[in-house]
Design a protein around this ligand. Structure first.
Ligand code: MRU
Length: 365
């Protein structure tokens, strides 16, 4: 996608040196576009943990390049195992991380150490290309959900939560891919963007990227969605996912579940867009089996924004003595999901439908 007319992906190899990994620092958006360089596996682990890169597919792609950087420094079996372990511990919920690391390990262990660096860079690049293709396909499959509404009524109002746009993936995004395609085809789409406390991925990131692409949008507080649905102001909800069980339960950013409940109560379709790298074929019960990341309480008790003088400031919101907890994801049970939008097409959120869509996927493990 584009930033001010210039084409970008969210991760790439530096053209000049051919090996360092460039990312867009998402902790600096929307105030400035900064493009740091990652040169070691430690830097990659830090970038993932501290959410300089975030979003399930991008976390996986970044970890894959982290393996490549590690193999550049030391391609022994011991280093390979340590790298997989180190990167695997950075964030617990997005399954794309484990998916990418297991894929890298599977490929690399069949190669002697002196070949591993080149193979790792090639595999990481392949993961990135496949992510772009999958998200483009998600856009194509999801587009009719919007077009159908547009034919009936003109403007289509869509609610989304967190950021499942191009900067959460390598390109296109998941939930936002059909929206970008609808917009590019001249459909009048308007997006209600949940601010997504505590880190404000909606207010800071989704609003930024929709704005850069010229998509009409309005930021709302997280609690406004149910009210807007009751007033008939939301035609459909579409969100991304960090992990989907083989039975169709969906882990996504905290607050997603409440939107699904409100959507069900108001007869609003609730769609989840995901590439197959987000499906965890090993588990069936999302509420019991998906590990939910607990982040720093400080993300709840403070907020970061731009002061009038242009400086970025973090201020305290809550009394100094008040405790806070910060579960970063929740699980929406499959029964509340109208459909899953994948790179192979749209399917019901249940095991039979997912298996018919991806007949061989679970054999990978
Ligand atoms: O904590 P984050 O910002 O990594 O969480 C991201 C989300 O919850 C996204 O909605 C999800 O990863 C889908 S990204 C295409």
């Amino acid at each position: 996608m584009k930033i001010d007319g210039k084409r970008f992906r969210s991760i790439w190899i530096d053209e000049a040196d051919g090996w360092t990994v460039r990312i867009i620092d998402q902790t600096r958006l929307p105030w400035s576009v900064e493009i740091p360089r990652l040169t070691t596996v430690d830097e990659v682990a830090f970038a993932i943990r501290s959410m300089h890169v975030r979003g399930a597919p991008l976390i996986g792609a970044t970890a894959a390049y982290g393996v490549a950087l590690a193999m550049r420094a030391d391609s022994s079996n011991e280093a390979l195992d340590a790298t997989i372990k180190q990167l695997g511990a950075t964030r617990p919920t997005a399954i794309n991380l484990r998916w990418a690391l297991e894929r890298m390990l599977r490929v690399l262990r069949d190669h002697p150490p002196d070949e591993r660096m080149d193979v790792a860079y090639a595999e990481a690049a392949a993961i990135c290309e496949e992510d772009v293709a999958a998200n483009r396909a998600i856009g194509t499959h999801g587009l009719p959900l919007i077009l159908g509404r547009a034919k009936m009524q003109g403007r289509v109002n869509i609610l989304t939560h967190c950021n499942a746009g191009w900067i959460a993936t390598v390109d296109w995004g998941t939930a936002l891919a059909p929206i970008y395609m609808a917009h590019d085809q001249g459909i009048d789409v308007h997006v209600f963007v949940d601010e997504t406390r505590p880190r404000n991925q909606g207010a800071a990131l989704t609003a930024w990227e929709l704005g850069k692409h010229g998509v009409a949008h309005t930021v709302i507080v997280d609690n406004a969605g149910g009210h807007l649905m009751q007033r008939g102001l939301i035609d459909l909800v579409i969100v991304g996912a960090d992990r989907v069980t083989r039975t169709g339960d969906v882990a996504n950013k905290i607050g997603t579940y409440l939107k699904a409940l409100a959507a069900r109560d108001n007869g609003v379709p609730f769609y989840v867009a995901l590439p197959s790298s987000t499906i965890d074929w090993r588990i069936a019960d999302g509420i019991v089996e998906i590990p939910i990341e607990e982040r720093e309480p400080g993300e709840v008790s403070t907020i970061t924004g731009q002061a009038r003088d242009g400086g970025i400031a973090t201020i305290r919101l809550t009394p100094w003595e008040s405790a806070a907890i910060n579960p970063a994801f929740d699980v929406t049970p499959a029964r509340l999901v109208s459909s899953l939008v994948t790179e192979r097409g749209i399917c019901a959120a249940n095991e039979a439908s997912l298996r018919s869509m991806f007949p061989q996927e679970d054999e990978v493990y």
